[in-house]
Design a binder for this molecule. Structure first.
Ligand code: AR6
Length: 168
């Protein structure tokens, strides 16, 4: 039985074993949540990312959490789609990000994990559509992860995630 919850706050301070990073293909860090995770994890994260890069859009790859506070032990880096009006497979790539991140968490044996709202910042994916894809994909993918936290860093993301969770 997997519990999916919406949590407001900073993903680098989550009480989960794994956190997902909305990364870019280089896995060396960037802005947004990627920057926050790299600052909190320290410089070894970029070294570990570079060693396993590139990560294709829709795929996910794991590194240790380095200096991130316990219980966080794993960072699962996934690369979301850049929104180009919805006609460039953006929805299926985002679906793949959630599915692959969950598969990697299972391979790591993580029982709890947290997701940021992948692609809805710098990459411009509409938040309400992204929230529905997140919830639908996580519900449809078999997993041993017991607790999944969907992180909302702002009010609108909190609202759309809460609505998507309440649907169906
Ligand atoms: N904790 C939780 N969520 C956060 C945090 C945080 N500390 N900081 C920001 N968010 P974005 P993307 C939210 O732009 O759209 C980077 O340069 C943010 O408010 O971080 O997938 C990468 O290297 C938004 O709701 O990711 C890529 O090049 C969500 O996280 C590119 O940006 C995602 O916003 C990825 O863009």
């Amino acid at each position: 039985m997997t519990v999916i919850e919406v949590v407001q706050g900073d993903i680098t301070r989550q009480g989960t074993e794994a956190i997902v990073n909305a990364a870019n293909e280089s896995l060396r860090g960037g802005g947004g949540v990627d920057g926050a995770i790299h600052r909190a994890a320290g410089p070894r994260l970029a070294e570990a990312g570079a060693a396993i890069a590139p990560c294709a859009r829709g795929d996910a790859k794991a590194t240790p959490g380095f200096d991130l506070p316990p219980p966080i032990r794993h960072v699962i880096h996934t690369v979301g789609p850049v929104w180009k009006g919805g006609t460039h497979d953006e929805e299926s790539v985002l679906t793949s990000c959630y599915r692959r991140s969950l598969e990697v968490a299972d391979e790591l044996g993580a029982t709890s994990m947290a997701f940021p709202a992948i692609s809805t910042g710098i990459f411009g994916f509409p938040p309400h559509l992204a929230a529905r894809i997140a919830v639908a994909t996580l519900r449809a993918t078999p997993t041993s992860v017991e607790r999944i936290s969907l992180m909302a860093f702002d009010e609108e993301t909190h609202r759309v995630l809460t609505e998507a969770l309440a649907e169906g």
